[in-house]
Design a protein around this ligand. Structure first.
Ligand code: MLT
Length: 409
């Protein structure tokens, strides 16, 4: 038989969210009477908004006509959508040729890991969205030593803690590395300031490294001082790639649509532009995002679509506020619980000093019948934290908050 891929065999545990889902299933099977509410995975819950539905429908109708039918499209995406993203979301600071449409940010991260291969060092914020680390392990970029309690030996974890305001010490960045950076951050909810991002760009350039900047939650930023894109920062075009998504702004978690920006200036050590290899890779192993999904994405970027996106993200931000308020209640304060995030991000990051994440996860599931995500699942520095997602129906979020306010810690 074939040998098992040793990189995949190197993975320390199952992917975080299926693990959370498994525990929920086991609990539900043992307690069929429990009405479980999920504030765990960041999965959108509210219906698609009317104008975006019209955009999707119109494309379906068009595809059902002889004149309107089209098969494969351009692997890099509809020109109209690339242009609209460049104009509306980036105000022209990136060109349409630099925008690559895809089936989502997570898939693009996987393809970028494939693009850079195993010959790079990897640095991540700790805690981090698990795909950065697990995907790096899968392509062999995390070294051959499996994870211990402090993570994979081949990955540089840059702790983002309450002490450093969830912004890492950049001196830890290795030379020639891929530096994963997510803002607004999943899971901490922290948003990097302009000055912080300027220092990141400077540090990364000094180490001949590249930032993979995940802006999947940028549509949740309300503070006008906070940057929406790494490309607002001088020098970023020489050292950064940005990955983003329609999932969280317009509820396309199931429809699937995202994009990646690769600036023309970014080059490998031998001078080859990264955009050349990225185009080659995308046109070889990706067949383009769904034309229907792209029509929906396009609708979301006109005036009415932008209004609807704002209303939808406001709804989840209001949920985040309710969750934060509940977690600031007396029972939590007395136990020394600290609450972060949730104002320019859909995640609330909560610290339970001296307790273990999975222990708190079990306690909340068992006594409140609420599913959250244990911080330890996002990396060693996530221990003692719990992440609450604000993606949920309002009535469910309110009920979860009522139950949380009665939690005995
Ligand atoms: C999360 O819960 O961290 C994310 O929603 C999962 C994802 O986007 O893949």
């Amino acid at each position: 038989m074939l040998n098992r891929n040793k990189n995949i065999a190197n993975l320390a545990s199952g992917y975080l969210f299926p693990e959370v889902a498994k525990r929920r299933r086991l609990y539900a099977a043992a307690h069929p009477e429990a009405n479980i509410i999920s504030l765990g995975i960041g999965n959108t819950t509210e219906p698609l908004t009317p104008h975006i539905v019209e955009g999707l429908k119109a494309e379906v109708v068009r595809l059902g006509t002889p004149e309107g039918y089209s098969g494969y499209g351009d692997e890099t995406g509809l020109t109209a959508l690339r242009a609209k993203i460049s104009e509306v979301l980036y105000k022209g600071i990136v060109s349409l040729e630099e925008v690559f449409i895809s089936d989502g940010a997570k898939c693009d991260i996987g393809r970028l890991q494939y693009l850079f291969g195993s010959d790079v060092s990897v640095a991540v914020q700790d805690p981090a969205y698990p795909v950065y680390v697990d995907g790096s392990v899968m392509v062999g970029a995390a070294g051959s030593v499996p994870a211990g309690a402090t993570g994979y030996k081949g990955i540089t974890y840059m702790p983002c803690t309450t002490e450093n305001g969830f912004f890492p010490n950049l001196s830890a960045i290795p030379r020639n590395s891929l530096v994963y950076f997510c803002s607004p951050n999943n899971p901490t909810g922290a948003v990097a300031t302009r000055d912080q991002l300027a220092s990141l760009v400077k540090a990364v350039r000094a180490k001949d490294s590249v930032i993979l900047y995940d802006s999947a939650y940028a549509s949740y930023i309300r503070d006008p001082e906070l940057p929406l894109s790494i490309f607002e920062i001088e020098g970023a075009r020489e050292c950064a790639i940005e990955i983003s998504s329609f999932s969280k702004p317009i509820g396309f978690t199931g429809v699937r649509l995202g994009w990646t920006v690769v600036p023309k200036e970014l080059a490998f050590a031998d001078g080859t532009p990264v955009i050349t290899d990225w185009t080659r890779l995308m046109t070889t192993i990706f067949n383009g995002a769904s034309n229907i999904a792209q029509a929906g994405g396009l609708a979301s970027l006109d005036e009415q679509g932008i209004r609807e996106t704002r209303e939808l993200t406001d709804y989840y931000l209001e949920n985040a506020k309710l969750i934060r308020n509940a977690l600031n209640g007396e029972n939590f304060r007395k136990a020394g619980v600290e609450v972060y995030g949730g104002d320019n991000a859909p995640y609330v990051w909560t610290r339970f000093p001296g307790r273990k994440s999975w222990e708190i996860f079990d306690l909340i599931l068992d006594t409140c019948h609420v599913v959250c995500t244990p911080g330890a699942g996002f990396g060693p520095a996530g221990e003692s934290f719990i992440r609450f997602s604000s993606f949920g129906h309002r009535s469910q979020v309110e009920e979860a908050c009522r139950r949380l306010s009665k939690l005995v810690l």
